[in-house]
Design a protein around this ligand. Structure first.
Ligand SMILES: [Zn+2]
Length: 332
C-alpha cells in the first residue's frame, strides 16, 4: 500500500508506478510476461508486446531477451523499478479503451464526436473509442448542414427532469452547423439502463428538449439492437429516452394563466402534448400572515389521455380566499 501513489518512502517503487500498474489491471491489462513462470506459453493478449518469459526486477540494461525476442521490460505491466517504466503499447491502449466503454463505462462523463456530413441517404455512425455506436444520423436532405456533433452523457439523467419521472440514465446533445435539413435519428441504450422500467425497453420513446420543456417526439424501438429511431427530425438539441407509460417526463405546459374577479379565480392552461394523462389535480396553497399553509385539494380536471394536439383547459375556484394560488398538474 505504501507504493500506491507518490511521494512514497519505498524506493525504488516510490514514483507512483505501482498505481499505474494496478489501474492497468483494473482496465483489463495482463502482466506483460503472461504469468507463465518463464514458459513462453502465456500471453497478455497484446500482439505488439513481445513474448516474454518472466518478469524483471530492478533496472536491467537494454536489451534483454527471452522466448526468442527482445523483452519490453520498461512496460508498466512488468515489475521493474518505477524509474525504468515508461510505456503502454497501442494494443494495451486498445484494451483499456474497450474496458472504458464496456465494464468501466461508469467512468465516463461524456463522449463527443463530430462527423462531416456531405451525402444524403448515408448512415453517419457516432462511436466510442472502442467502436461501440451511440448514435446514428441519416439525412434525407442536408439543407445547409455540413457537419454534425453528437455528445452522449452515458451515466447522467437528462437535465431538468423533475423528481419522480423516469428516464434512461443517458442523454444526447446533438448540434449541426446548418438548417433546413431533415434527418433520421437513431440513439443507442444499454439493457442495464431499463431494468427498472415496467415495459423494459419495449416502449422507449425519444424526447427533445425545446429550451424549457421536454417534448415527446416518438420513435420506434428495436429491443434487440437496443436502438430508438425517429424520422423527420428537423431541429436538434438535447434528446432523452423515457417510457410514456411509466412515470414519464411530464406533460408539456405551453402556457398557464390566472384571472381574478371579486369571488372567483379562473385558471387557464394549454398543453402541447399529453402522455397517458388522466387529468389534473388542482391544489391550492395559502399564504396568510407570511406563513405558508398546506396544499389543499380543490378539484379535478379530466385530461385527454395521450395526444399530440394542443389542449386548452380551465378551472374556476369560487371559494377564493387565498392571497396567492398555485397549480400542480399530476399526470397519473
Ligand atoms: Zn500486477
Amino acid at each position: 500500500v505504501e507504493c500506491f501513489g507518490r511521494p512514497s518512502p519505498l524506493v525504488p517503487y516510490h514514483l507512483g508506478r505501482t498505481t499505474t500498474h494496478e489501474i492497468g489491471h483494473w482496465l483489463n491489462l495482463r502482466h506483460i510476461w503472461g504469468d507463465d513462470n518463464g514458459a513462453c506459453t502465456g500471453s497478455d493478449f497484446c500482439d505488439d508486446t513481445p513474448n516474454q518469459g518472466n518478469y524483471y526486477f530492478g533496472c536491467p540494461p537494454y536489451p534483454q531477451n527471452s522466448c526468442g525476442s527482445s523483452d519490453m521490460f520498461m512496460n508498466y505491466m512488468d515489475y521493474t523499478d518505477d524509474a525504468c517504466m515508461n510505456i503502454f503499447t497501442n494494443n494495451q491502449t486498445s484494451r483499456k479503451k474497450a474496458a472504458y466503454t464496456n465494464f468501466r463505462s461508469a467512468l465516463w462523463v461524456s463522449f463527443k464526436e463530430t462527423i462531416t456530413i456531405n451525402s444524403a441517404g448515408v448512415d453517419y455512425i457516432f462511436t466510442t473509442p472502442s467502436g461501440e455506436p451511440f448514435a446514428k444520423l441519416n439525412f434525407a436532405s442536408l439543407g445547409t448542414a455540413t457537419k454534425a456533433t453528437v455528445e452522449v452523457f452515458p451515466n447522467l439523467y437528462p437535465l431538468n427532469i423533475p423528481p419522480g419521472s423516469k428516464a434512461v440514465k443517458r442523454y444526447f446533445d446533438i448540434t449541426t452547423d446548418g438548417t433546413g435539413y431533415e434527418a433520421t435519428l437513431t440513439v443507442y441504450y444499454n439493457d442495464s439502463e431499463v431494468i427498472n422500467f415496467i415495459n423494459g425497453d419495449n416502449n422507449l420513446k425519444l424526447w427533445r428538449f425545446n429550451g424549457s420543456d421536454w417534448v415527446l417526439k416518438g420513435g420506434t424501438v428495436d429491443p434487440v439492437a437496443n436502438t430508438v429511431t425517429l424520422a423527420g427530425v428537423n431541429e436538434f438539441s438535447l434528446w432523452a429516452l423515457s417510457d410514456p407509460e411509466d412515470n414519464p417526463i411530464p406533460v408539456e405546459l405551453m402556457s398557464f394563466s390566472s384571472s381574478v374577479d371579486v369571488n372567483n379565480v379562473t385558471l387557464s392552461w394549454l398543453t402541447a402534448t399529453e402522455v397517458n394523462n388522466q387529468g389534473f389535480e388542482i391544489e391550492r396553497i395559502s399564504f396568510i400572515d407570511n406563513k405558508t399553509g398546506e396544499w389543499e385539494f380543490i378539484g379535478f380536471v379530466q385530461g385527454k389521455g395521450t395526444t399530440t394536439e394542443a389542449s386548452y383547459y380551465s378551472f374556476v375556484d369560487s371559494r377564493f380566499n387565498a392571497r396567492q394560488l398555485q397549480l400542480q398538474a399530476k399526470t397519473n
